[in-house]
Design a binder for this molecule. Sequence first.
Ligand SMILES: [Ca+2]
Ligand SMILES: [Ca+2]
Length: 270
Amino acid sequence: MRSIFVAALVILLATVATPTFAVIVTQWDFNSNPPDANPSTGLTTPSIGAGTLTQLGTSGTAVTGSPGDPAAGGGDNSAFNTSSYPSQGTGSGTEGVQFAVSTVGFTDIVLSVDLRQSPTASRYWQLLVSSDGTSFAPPSGGVTSFGTIGAGNTGTSFSTSGVYANDPGPGSGQTFVQAVTYTFASGSAFEDNPNFKYQWVSIFDPADGGYISADTGLEADYGTTGTFRFDMVTVAGTAIPEPGAILFGGLMCCVVALWRLTSKAIAPHA
Ligand SMILES: [Ca+2]
Ligand SMILES: [Ca+2]
């Protein structure tokens, strides 16, 4: 009987002790591989994992990356700089960048990105998410957070419905807002999903009906050549334990327990 109890305890521990820490599913650091000491050249394929970057009506080039990239300081840290956004009063929520990442095998999905606007870019941006890969909508029910907000940025906010706002300040010294993070609620439709996609797109001032410039907040100062820069685009999640591994461990424990019981049953008395 004691053997059965021990076996049950081992099965329970094997299940509970399965690692459940968050890992990077896919990441874009936009740096050249191998490094070429030139931030003006880079990659749009993921640096970790698999995924697809698609431009939505925008142009894109490699430029100097975020200080949040571990490669920063190494001489070859790029970001993806997007431009050619819609004319004033048109196309709100339609242009930007889309990322497609299968989350099969992962739960508790977390999105993170380092962002930097130029003064004439839109002040407002929207995170849109899709569980079927075709229909996109603002997220809900999650939690947002930031890492380091670089000098010069003010009014930085990121709502649980995915609206990001920031004023990068005037001049040429704009800096990144690092680790702009959206953590979906556990059990979301974006877990363990081969069709998961998300977009970052420019939107009108929610209180206005037109684009306002990131710096001055004036419609007149918005420009289609304003830029929105991405680095360290990351999808993270918690690996779903392999059911086969748990079952095998449990099965082996049962075999051992049964063998011990059987051995006792047939052992001759001393
Ligand atoms: Ca490079
Ligand atoms: Ca980078």
